[in-house]
Design a binder for this molecule. Structure first.
Ligand code: SAM
Length: 200
């Protein structure tokens, strides 16, 4: 799996990747709705080359971590950020192996979670997140969205399945939002975002 993503990030530019967003607007709106303080600890899991970290720095957040299993993705994102890269805590690991020594006020995930197609991995992911995050914003392909991404199978969600999946893992649902992502090649991909609170 790691080699798949390393290969993608070493061979493709952001405008060749369907998930690239110029502005991660839905994520920013949902994060804003949580009214977190600027010193809150925020981790973007499967951050890849997302611009979310750039926007969070610009908004004044001071405690940001980006986790991804791809070294290439992290290096490219660091390069893009230049000096600002030093303000971020970079974590290169598979989320399923991640053992956090610190607690995060918010975990954000756009388009990592849906690659977990095995029930056991889904359970493991939710269990991991519940050990370190108070709140969670997660965006996945919806049941009206693509069936694959980056040549890999994904798992689609709707409000009910997302609610059931995360509530079973001890999260309380706060809100759900549908979101249309316009890919760099001008296709619409239908996402659903859920916001949850850890009630463990
Ligand atoms: C479709 S991309 C989305 C990237 C970013 N979140 C965005 O919105 O632009 C999925 C990302 O998840 C990372 N990823 C996939 N599986 C992972 C895992 N098990 N642990 C950590 N990162 C993973 C990939 O390297 C990739 O950067």
């Amino acid at each position: 799996m790691k080699s798949h993503w390393e290969n993608i990030y070493s061979s493709k530019q952001p405008n060749e990747l369907s998930w690239t967003q110029k502005i991660p607007q839905i994520s920013l709106d949902l994060i804003k709705s949580l009214n977190l303080s600027k010193s809150s600890s925020i981790i973007d899991v499967g951050g890849g080359q997302s611009m979310l970290v750039d926007f969070l720095i610009d908004l004044g957040y001071t405690n940001i971590s980006v986790l991804d299993l791809s070294k290439n993705a992290i290096s490219k994102t660091k390069r893009r950020l230049g000096e600002n890269a030093k303000k971020v805590n970079w974590i290169e690991t598979d989320i399923l192996d991640f053992k956090s020594s610190i607690k995060f006020d918010l975990c954000h995930d756009r388009a990592l979670f849906h690659f977990l197609t095995k029930k056991n991995d889904v359970k493991k992911y939710i269990n991991k997140i519940s050990l370190f995050a108070s709140k969670l914003v997660v965006g996945t392909f919806s049941i009206e969205g693509p069936k694959r991404c980056s040549g890999l199978e994904i798992r689609q969600y709707n409000q009910n399945s997302m609610k059931e999946t995360f509530e079973r893992g001890g999260f309380k649902s706060i809100s759900f939002s549908k979101s249309d992502h316009l890919t760099p090649s001008n296709r619409i991909q239908k996402f659903i975002f859920g916001v949850f609170e850890n009630s463990n």
